[in-house]
Write a new protein. Structure first.
Ligand code: MN
Ligand code: MN
Length: 467
């Protein structure tokens, strides 16, 4: 128990002063950077997690004999559980995170031709600052499903020899009028058009007249793009209507800074929590508690939809679990007696925008994972507030093990706000609190995390699962 009269948050770097400790942090960080470089969509993330679970002996069919089970929903949400020795009635120790990230989705009929280029029209997904997506290399990830059911995987723009895609920005010479506008007026969603091709189709190119072009060469670039798509993927324009193509920042995640102590990359909200929670589940020492992991999709657009946290998938998994592991136990008891961490990132104190934070209650990079007892906005509206008792129990566990942690709220009162999946778990009556690392540049194409926070988050999630 901490008996210090004053509370001063402790830097997590103090806990890794020894070279061997720092080496462990860096090694873990390298594996994490590989993961976020490789998994940029919810489908890719769930596929990765599924693979890791299978390697660890988890089985996909719920059975009374297997101690480690998982189930996924259409490759977009996943529930995994590892059996403990206690009665299931006592509930699960659950960590829940989300696998989706803000991005640009192709529209249903995306392809257009404008002077000099063929482009894809997009509809952004989640909270983006539109200007951050201009004039930067983008990669395409996703699937195109043909009307015979064949699913064509698309990943272009990640390997050094592959082309990338791009949204052009207005040159400053002609942006004088735009510079007078507000940010929301200056950047329009309908102008987020991704350049896909430039070379027009000509008769000489393949010896025949393009049937989609007229004599003036109208839509000749789009025609040549369609040829290219057909050659590479066997698809036609109509197939794009049943596709999920996502434009994401191209290229790998990187260490940032001379000391390599920061981690920069796309989609750390919330894949930093997905990775640390998965590692915790796979490395925690089995004991009495039933350890569980829930990964959801659609968090960035309000958690609706079949694979989002407001769907019944998680509840159905627990009901089936009760049937195979403890037939006499109502699922409602398991749900209500569970303890959960809503594993999501927090906004780090931004040194260049101190005015949006209230410093004493702001999360700091490098101070360990951050508790958010409540979220919401304008008087805690829409918040799922955790009990004082539950937070006390958790900080006791972390203090006993010497794991760094901090507590914060998102920005100044009435500055803005945000929510997580916590309220969907709280609806079952279970204890739940938000706990995750702080990020700078959250929701940007290049978010920043501290490597020591990544490591401490893994330790904290492990301690929670083992408690
Ligand atoms: Mn998040
Ligand atoms: Mn988010």
């Amino acid at each position: 128990m901490n008996q210090q009269p004053n509370y001063t948050p402790r830097s997590a770097w103090e806990s890794c002063a020894e070279p061997a400790q720092y080496e462990a942090v860096e090694t873990f960080a390298k594996r994490y950077l590989d993961f976020i470089s490789q998994c940029k969509t919810e489908r890719e993330t769930i596929a990765y997690v599924r693979e890791r679970l299978l390697q660890a002996g988890y089985v996909e069919k719920f059975s009374p004999d297997a101690p480690c089970l998982f189930r996924q929903l259409r490759g977009k949400a996943l529930f995994a559980v590892r059996r403990g020795s206690a009665p299931l009635e006592r509930g699960l120790s659950l960590i829940a995170a989300h696998a989706d990230t803000p991005r640009l989705d192709f529209k249903q009929r995306p392809l257009i031709e404008q002077p000099g280029v063929a482009q894809a029209k997009t509809h952004y997904y989640g909270g983006i600052r539109k200007y951050q997506w201009l004039a930067r290399p983008l990669a395409l990830h996703g699937v195109v499903v043909r009307d015979n059911g064949e699913c064509v995987q698309v990943t272009v723009g990640e390997k050094p020899d592959e082309p990338v895609f791009c949204i052009a920005d207005l040159l400053p010479h002609l942006a004088q009028k735009q510079a007078q506008q507000t940010v929301s007026d200056a950047f329009e969603g309908e102008k987020l058009n991704i350049i896909l091709a430039h070379r027009p189709k000509t008769d000489r190119q393949d010896g025949e007249t393009a049937d989609t072009s007229d004599s003036t060469g109208k839509d000749a670039i789009k025609a040549s793009l369609l040829d290219c798509l057909h050659k590479k993927y066997g698809i036609v324009e109509e197939d794009l209507i049943s596709a999920e193509l996502q434009a994401v920042p191209a290229g790998p995640a990187r260490f940032v800074g001379f000391d390599k102590a920061l981690l920069g990359g796309y989609g750390q909200d919330d894949r930093i929590c997905v990775f640390t929670a998965l590692e915790a589940l796979l490395t925690a020492t089995p004991g009495e508690g039933h350890m569980a992991l829930m990964l959801w999709d659609k968090e960035e657009i309000g958690s609706d939809g079949a694979s989002g946290a407001s769907s019944r998938f998680f509840q159905y998994c627990v009901e089936d679990l009760a049937r195979v592991w403890a037939a006499d136990t109502p699922a409602s008891h398991i749900l209500q007696n569970s303890r959960a961490i809503s594993a999501d990132v927090h906004a780090a104190f931004d040194p260049d925008f101190p005015e949006v934070h209230e410093k004493q209650n702001a999360a700091q990079l490098g101070f360990g994972p951050c508790f958010a007892k409540y979220g919401g906005s304008r008087g805690k509206y829409s918040a799922s507030e955790a009990d004082a008792e539950y937070l006390a129990w958790l900080r006791g566990i972390f203090n006993t093990r010497g794991i760094p942690w901090q507590a914060a709220e998102l920005g100044k009162v009435d500055q803005g706000g945000g929510g997580t999946v916590a309220l969907f778990l709280a609806a079952y009556g279970m204890q739940v609190i938000d706990l995750g690392p702080a990020l700078l540049s959250m929701h940007s194409p290049f978010e920043l995390a501290s490597s020591v926070d990544l490591y401490a988050t893994w330790q904290a999630y492990t301690a929670f699962l083992e408690a």
